[in-house]
Design a protein around this ligand. Sequence first.
Ligand code: C2E
Ligand code: MN
Ligand code: MN
Length: 394
Amino acid sequence: MMLRQLTYQSTAAGTVDQTVLRRITSDSLPFNTNNDISGILVFDGSHFFQVLEGPSDAVTTIFERIQSDPRHTDIIKITDTVVSERDFAPWRLRTLAIDETQQHGYWLPSDMQIQRHKPVFSVLGSFASGKWKVKNKPAVCTLPKTNSMPVYAAEPINSHIRFAYQPIIDTSHQVVTSVEALLRDTNGRYPADVLGQYNLDEQRHFDLESKAIAIKQASELLADDQSLSINLTPGAIIQRADAADFLLFCLKENGLRPDQLIVEVTENEIIGEHDKFLLVAERLRHAGIRLAIDDFGAGYAGLSLLTEFLPDKIKIDRCLATNIHASGPRQAIVYALIEFASTMGIPLIVEGIENVDEWRWLMQAGISRFQGFLFAKPLLNGIDAIAWQDLSQL
Ligand code: C2E
Ligand code: MN
Ligand code: MN
């Protein structure tokens, strides 16, 4: 039988005193006893931290029950692993109240064996030091009361290439900072299929040339203080020595400044053509064009990439944003990225925000730039309206 250990933290929904704590314990004991669950419940005056250990299925069932308990909210799953032995074996559910005002960390009763090398005790220590606490909820009510309107650019003529545009917005300053061009064709196909019909050389050629259309349309769509983000495989810029000049020419032709263009490159692609990429990056920067790392955190390059190449922007991949409000590991990673980005002065954007909880959590963590279906979906030949008013009521 597989033994599983799960830890989570949550916020108390109402006042929790000794009586309530005792009730929670006595409510849980019968189930825990019948299902061979052991664990502890720690309460610090406002937040709970619980360790559940036992047979895998029983842990799943009890965690589902716990998630629908109205006595707490903002449940964040921190760890969930198979273990070889229990850390809290003697207790079906031991409840501990720790004092928030304790200066020198938390205190556990001496009959509890603390094995400092085990992650579960580090995580407990992080809880006790307030790490998982959601700070201040954002003041969402300050968003403008009026919605924006969709805007369209003229359809490209004599070409089957199309672009859909998706805004990247700063929700604390309530502005669209840039717009990302996403490749489509007249059959409504998505990037992988549009590019996939060509061989590698053709793909690279097509990738670069297609941007003439994106830049032209963007010149009709963008305000002076907004920029255009385009996606390019590094190969498309490496292949042609004059790639930077080509982009500069398109920009000039359409009355856009070089600093209004951001080239997004994914982590994986950079690693594939590492040395050549660094040269290309220099060429683009020399021309005044900015570079962003796209899908950060989704690839295999990881942090070491940033020791060799510092981009002008980092776009954190959707895989880290999804459900971040309920995931301890994602929160810890994003906090670390925020720390890094602020040390190095690199703006962060989080992609793929689909729901309010994700957005709220990221706002309180200090992120203000977002892209995602919650705010606006990609729109063919144009920029979708942003329902600022709805956002302000969320
Ligand atoms: P990307 O650059 O990360 O672009 C964002 C993708 O996420 C887009 O998919 C967009 O529609 C989608 N997206 C945006 N917000 C959300 C959200 O809230 N939830 C979800 N589930 N998805 C969201 P799309 O248009 O299918 O593009 C896929 C990828 O294809 C792009 O990912 C980009 O890497 C690549 N691509 C797009 N255009 C080009 C291009 O012109 N050249 C090259 N080489 N690659 C391109
Ligand atoms: Mn992109
Ligand atoms: Mn991306």
